[in-house]
Design a protein around this ligand. Structure first.
Ligand SMILES: [Ca+2]
Ligand SMILES: [Ca+2]
Length: 220
């Protein structure tokens, strides 16, 4: 009786050891050969941050893999649900995010092709329109003219928002005589004698204005 029990125990022991091994597998994490995915953490910017259109957004994060250590370079990828893949590397700056709400994902891939990611939401606000610039090419301040002399007024302007400026956008006035003319280039021989503050006002399609001025003298 006791002999057979001993044999049975001896036969069972290897099986019990094997069962013990599979129990370890079930607990996970410590069995050689099992690959753990990278643990990814976005550290910058803060979730919910907002930025102006064109403003650089500093993206920063970490990707730690149990087997490979810290991941970087091409194995970490930033993407936006709105703009697609943005950049690779743990620390990058992007300045061309489109206006609107973005879900930003940092995805890391380890050497065994296991992936981990982290996600934040940020918003890009449309930049407010900017006024145009105006510049008077001629005449120049302190230029003097005889009464009745033909005076040529030439100006330039541009809009930082990229809008095309029509001829009608350029309006010339004198503080003495009022409206001189409309267009990038106008002329007049009817200015009254005396000093004139000549103002060029440029208006963009959004109704914003830029001005330039020169002071000239009309001799009687
Ligand atoms: Ca791994
Ligand atoms: Ca504008």
């Amino acid at each position: 009786m006791s002999y057979f029990r001993g044999v049975r125990l001896a036969l069972l022991t290897p099986a019990l050891l094997l069962v013990g091994c599979s129990d370890d597998d079930g607990d996970g994490g410590f069995t050689p050969g099992e690959n753990a995915p990278p643990v990814v953490n976005i550290t910058s910017p803060a979730d919910g941050s907002r930025f102006d259109e064109g403003e650089p957004v500093a993206l920063g994060g970490t990707a730690l893999d149990a087997e490979d250590g810290m991941l970087g370079g091409e194995s970490v990828v930033w993407s936006s649900d709105k703009d697609g893949i943005l950049a690779t590397g743990t620390t990058v700056a992007v300045a061309n995010l489109s206006v609107g709400d973005h879900t930003i994902t940092l995805t890391a891939t380890d050497s065994d092709f296991a992936t981990g990611d982290d996600v934040i939401s940020i918003g890009i606000d449309a930049r407010p329109p900017e006024p145009p610039t105006a510049s008077i090419t001629q005449p120049m301040t302190d230029d003097t003219f005889a009464q009745g002399e033909q005076i040529l007024f030439i100006g330039t302007g541009s809009d930082p928002d990229g809008a095309d400026l029509e001829e009608e956008a350029f309006v010339w006035t004198s503080d003495v005589d009022g409206l001189i003319g409309v267009g990038r280039q106008v002329d007049s021989n009817t200015l009254a004698p005396g000093p004139h503050l000549i103002v060029l006002t440029v208006t963009d399609p959004q109704g914003l204005t830029g001005t330039a001025a020169v002071l000239i003298e009309i001799n009687p």
